[in-house]
Design a protein around this ligand. Structure first.
Ligand code: SF4
Length: 342
């Protein structure tokens, strides 16, 4: 459901303008899930609409033991499956982590989604419907939740599906529909340099996270094949472009893999790399302890992660260790892989 779908219905059924407002209100304020729920429309009008309201349908839903992470397996119109996640990282602060593709082409070695391979891009509506899905879920379950943040960190590389992702960002910030503040949205990329620059030009208020995971080309290329066309030097220039043009903080994601990229020498390299940025004080490093998948890496021990963070901080950088939510339901970063479903 998006503004375009509502316009199509209004046009097809030759409805007056106030019906458009009723439909917008029903889906984007009341969180209705079907046309049948829209009681402001007459029964005959409701049944005459032969379009489904949503492009995603729930197949399975898992709730973490702590009750602060939910993962849904949803089916698209062509039967393809994706996963989408709802998280409560702090009490009362809810975020959803949405997918932008079925599978992913980027083949990051530590990521369960990357091992699925690429099937297809999602449409803009399939992307934004994941947000509506969670709003509807919150309402149906009576959760005390206000879904305020959206992160593009689910399945897929958002900038590989740039056109649909950019259209979805416009829809999420559209005051007529989702009306989500740009600063409450974050897009995460593995480092597709040309798209970072376009994103900066078009969405300077939206948060950007860059998955770095290593600060030497040799190691990064081993972990992330995207480093070959877009090595660290080019990536840093794109990150500088974002920071220079937005004056905003840039998030650097660093997954911690036991013995591979978590040693003091790796931390020193990272310090050197970030200090080489035009405005290093605007970089914030999110250290993410690796979430187990079948990919053959091991998670860094907590003490190692803390020692790594201390080196960054001692060198004047901003860094935190991210809380891992939803590991028990394979809903944490890098774990979305339709496990048991394909
Ligand atoms: S980490 Fe992101 S970009 Fe890399 S394979 Fe996984 S989904 Fe794709």
């Amino acid at each position: 459901m998006d503004a375009q779908r509502i316009d199509t219905i209004v046009e097809t059924h030759d409805l007056p303008t106030y019906r458009r407002q009723q439909l917008l209100h029903a889906f984007f304020t009341e969180n209705c899930a079907t046309f049948d729920d829209v009681t402001t429309l007459s029964k005959s009008l409701r049944t005459s609409i032969d379009l489904p309201a949503m492009t995603v349908r729930k197949r399975r839903l898992l709730v973490s033991n702590e009750g602060n992470a939910f993962k849904a397996l949803v089916e698209l119109d062509d039967g393809k499956l994706i996963e989408t996640v709802l998280l409560e990282p702090k009490p009362g602060l809810w975020s959803c982590c949405i997918s932008s593709q079925v599978g992913c082409l980027m083949k990051c070695s530590f990521c369960a989604t990357g091992r699925l391979g690429f099937t297809r891009h999602l449409t803009s509506e399939e992307i934004t419907d994941q947000v509506l899905f969670w709003r509807q879920y919150i309402r149906a379950e009576g959760l005390e939740a206000n879904l305020r943040n959206v992160v593009y960190m689910g399945m897929g590389e958002p900038f590989h599906n740039k056109d649909a992702v950019f259209a979805s960002l416009r829809e999420l910030t559209n005051p007529e529909t989702f009306n989500i503040g740009a600063r409450s949205i974050s897009v995460s990329t593995s480092g597709l340099v040309p798209a970072i620059e376009e994103f900066t030009d078009q969405f300077p208020q939206i948060n950007l996270a860059v998955s770095l995971h290593a600060a030497t080309d040799e190691l990064r290329q081993h972990l992330m094949p995207v480093n070959k066309p877009y090595p660290l030097e080019k990536l840093r220039a794109a990150m500088d472009y974002y920071v220079d043009n937005t004056n905003r903080k840039l998030f650097i994601e660093y997954i911690m893999l036991d013995g591979e990229n978590d040693q003091p020498a790796h931390a020193e390299k990272l310090v050197q790399y970030i200090r080489g940025m035009a405005r290093p004080h605007l970089a914030h490093v999110n250290l993410i302890v690796y979430n187990p998948t079948d990919a053959g890496h091991r998670e860094s021990p907590r003490a190692i992660a803390r020692a790594f963070m201390a080196i960054l901080k001692d060198n004047g950088l901003s860094a935190t260790i991210r809380k891992n939510l939803g590991r028990d339901i394979n809903g944490a970063c890098g774990q979305l892989a339709l496990k048991g479903q394909v």
